[in-house]
Design a protein around this ligand. Structure first.
Ligand code: ADP
Length: 393
């Protein structure tokens, strides 16, 4: 059967169509600038990439265009061949600890949580409604970025703030990238051939987070109420002293919205390096001896190491450290810098094995006390798997 994995943004729609349970990608693509001047879409089919410009007023038109392309490219004959549609949802609050079938109640809850993910949740609802119009017979599911982290104990998700902020305003740690952490943790357990494991999963891309996963369940994670907690990221600051915010608002006469933009879009690599948010540009700067880039990378690496060390202690040891996402999968140097600092825990990097990008591989030596792995993430496949499981129920 065919399952569509969908990630709707406010002006974009990414998708992959899978043949399940074979897990074969039949076609994938991205509709961009939906509702904006200059909309276009790209498709990838049989290794070939196609780009077309087309006026797309809304997400429904994007789905309809997708259907035409599926028929034209003979991927499907009849729409009803698509049995399920899995939607990626950023914020599920504490309502959802797993993937669910979408109904009115689910939509209302996603909507209610929009204040916690203002850019993402409303867009997801638009995607859900548009998909329902175009694929009325498919089962629609909601796959939450936060769901995997719902197993965290209270002591890990509560902040030391007035309790009323939690009860009245839902202020707590929710985490993000859960679908990715779950995917790589499951894969690592498959490789190890057991589920009773202690893993540290490092999803380090432009956005970045680390999780402690015990027996396949999340114990702790570095992102918080929002994705701007924990690690240094492309443009996000991650952990900072909370009092910096009111201090700088007063000193520099900034509004909450302005500060929010600065700490989310102008900080991290970009803020420190004054050059770029992209890890490759930072590396280029390092190679040119740019002090700001050297410092940015140093702080970035230290923060990752801090979290790994913290979770190592919290779990009482660790079987494997896993690297995934843009930097984790591709940056030989960053992995090396992180793992070299973990020698004190008995980590031994296999420098030759580490010289890989975008492929699954063990990168520690046989005698390393903690196994280290690169596992490319696949959130879309995880969405398709969860959707298939619900269809089979
Ligand atoms: P997002 O959070 O937007 O999904 P990605 O997971 O795609 O981000 O990661 C993007 C980051 O990965 C960028 O900082 C980019 O520089 C980095 N990256 C991609 N390829 C490489 C590479 N070959 N070497 C180093 N960094 C890389």
């Amino acid at each position: 059967m065919k399952i569509l994995s969908v990630n709707a943004g406010s002006s974009s729609l990414k998708f992959q169509l899978y043949e399940m349970p074979e897990e074969k990608v039949l076609i994938s693509g991205n509709f961009e600038r939906i509702g904006i001047e200059g909309s276009f879409y790209t498709l990838k089919i049989n290794g070939e990439k196609i780009k077309k410009e087309l006026k797309l007023n809304n997400h429904e038109e994007a789905f309809k265009t997708l259907v035409e392309e599926l028929k034209e490219n003979k991927v499907v004959k009849d729409l009803d061949e698509i049995k399920g549609i899995g939607h990626r949802i950023v914020q599920g609050g504490d309502y959802f600890d797993k993937t669910v079938v979408i109904d009115e109640d689910v939509i209302n809850k996603i909507d209610e949580l929009s204040s916690l993910a203002p850019l993402h949740n409303p867009a997801a609802i638009i995607g859900i409604k548009a998909a329902k119009e175009v694929f009325p017979n498919a089962l629609e599911t909601a796959v939450f970025d936060t769901a995997f982290h719902q197993t965290m104990p209270e002591e890990n998700y509560m902040y030391a703030l007035p309790r009323a902020w939690y009860t009245d305003y839902k202020v707590r740690r929710y985490g993000a990238h859960g679908t990715s952490h779950k995917y790589v943790a499951n894969r690592m357990n498959e490789i190890l051939g057991r589920n009773n494991t202690k893993l540290i999963t490092c999803h380090i891309g432009n956005g970045a987070s680390i999780s402690a996963v015990v027996n396949g369940k999340c114990l702790n994670t570095s992102m918080g109420l929002t994705p701007n907690a924990g690690l240094v990221m492309g443009t996000r600051c991650g952990d900072i002293d909370a009092s910096i915010i009111p201090y700088i608002m007063e000193k520099a006469n900034l509004t909450p919205k302005q500060v929010d933009t600065i700490i989310n879009k102008e900080s991290g690599f970009l803020g420190l390096s004054m050059r770029s948010s992209d890890a490759r540009d930072i590396r280029e700067g390092i190679n040119q001896g740019d002090h700001n880039c050297i410092l940015a990378q140093r702080i970035y690496v230290k923060r990752v190491v801090d979290y790994i060390a913290k979770y190592y202690v919290e779990m009482g040891g660790c079987d494997a450290i896993i690297f995934t996402a843009g930097v984790g999968e591709n940056s030989v140097d960053t992995r090396k810098e992180i793992l070299n600092e973990l020698e004190v825990l008995g980590v031994k990097l296999d420098s030759e094995a580490n010289k890989i990008a975008g492929q699954e591989k063990m990168i520690s030596t046989e005698d390393s006390k903690i196994m280290c792995y690169v596992i490319p993430t696949n959130e879309e496949l995880m969405i398709a798997r969860d959707t298939l499981a619900l269809i089979n129920e």
